[in-house]
Design a protein around this ligand. Structure first.
Ligand code: IPE
Ligand code: IPE
Ligand code: MG
Length: 246
């Protein structure tokens, strides 16, 4: 961990990013959408490096939503190909940099080769502590919450759990993000102002920052600007005085 001056504001500990605008970036240049996605992977590499330099403990990125299946088959296949390549090419470097990789989202129905790659990334980097990179892949909050509800219902049906023990903590412990702190800051690029089914449970008290940059143009300076905006916010968590989230 880097040493920051005593007066520097702390956190955010967990930053989550909705990486949006690849298609518009490409269209604006008369390029195919896949070119925007390729440049998006470069922005992701830059952002991971910047997050490490800024001592962010958890970085979550939204890379493919459960609704992105509705895109043309070619684009879905391009996005899967890029994820596969990102893990194959970057895993060793992430591991060397002390990054722990964790994947959230549904695994059922995914190509077994991709599943094996995701598991390999998690297992190789499990003990790393410098930063946790959470990749939301085939992820949607509604699906995640429904899966958690099914898991709890199964325990009740098996007589292993009393209905009254199902509280927010029990649900949180069954989500894909179990054990991770809630995001302090959620950034969405490209000017869109919505969550699009991303971390809806976990975002209960997150600060939302919407930035105009299209994802392929995102860089360390843009991340620092979003963090500066976060530091200007007053987080109260339902109380009357400002509290720090982490
Ligand atoms: C984000 O860029 C990447 C994914 C959703 C996978 P988009 O592909 O959504 O780009 P726009 O929103 O069409 O510009
Ligand atoms: C959200 O972006 C999903 C990811 C960034 C992976 P979308 O581009 O799919 O969201 P909508 O359709 O504009 O809401
Ligand atoms: Mg989009």
């Amino acid at each position: 961990m880097g040493v920051s001056p005593a007066s520097a504001p702390t956190g955010p500990r967990h930053v989550a990013i909705i990486m949006d605008g690849n298609g518009r970036w490409a269209s604006a240049r008369g390029l195919p959408r896949v070119e925007g996605h390729r440049r998006g992977v470069e922005a992701l590499r830059r952002t991971v490096r910047a997050a490490i330099e800024l001592d962010i403990a958890y970085l979550t990125i939204f890379s493919f939503s459960s609704e992105n299946w509705s895109r043309p088959a070619q684009e879905v296949s391009d996005l899967f190909g890029l994820l596969r390549r990102f893990i194959r090419h970057d895993l060793a470097e992430l591991h060397r940099d002390g990054v722990c990789v964790r994947i959230i989202g549904a695994r059922d129905g995914l190509d077994p080769e991709i599943c094996a790659l995701l598991t390999e990334a998690e297992e190789l980097t499990r003990a790393n502590t410098r930063m946790t990179l959470v990749v939301a892949f085939n992820y949607g909050s509604r699906d995640e919450i429904a899966r958690a509800a099914r898991a709890l219902a199964r325990e009740v049906a098996a007589g292993e759990r009393a209905i009254d023990t199902i509280d927010a903590e029990a649900i949180g412990s069954r989500l894909d993000t179990a054990g991770l702190p809630d995001p302090d800051l959620i950034i969405r690029t490209s000017g869109e102002k919505r969550l699009s089914n991303f971390l809806m449970w976990q975002a209960a008290y997150s600060e939302l920052v919407f930035v105009p940059e299209l994802w392929p143009d995102f860089d360390k300076a843009a991340l620092e600007r979003a963090i500066a905006e976060y530091h200007g916010r007053e987080r109260r968590f339902g109380g009357l005085v400002a509290k720090t989230g982490s």
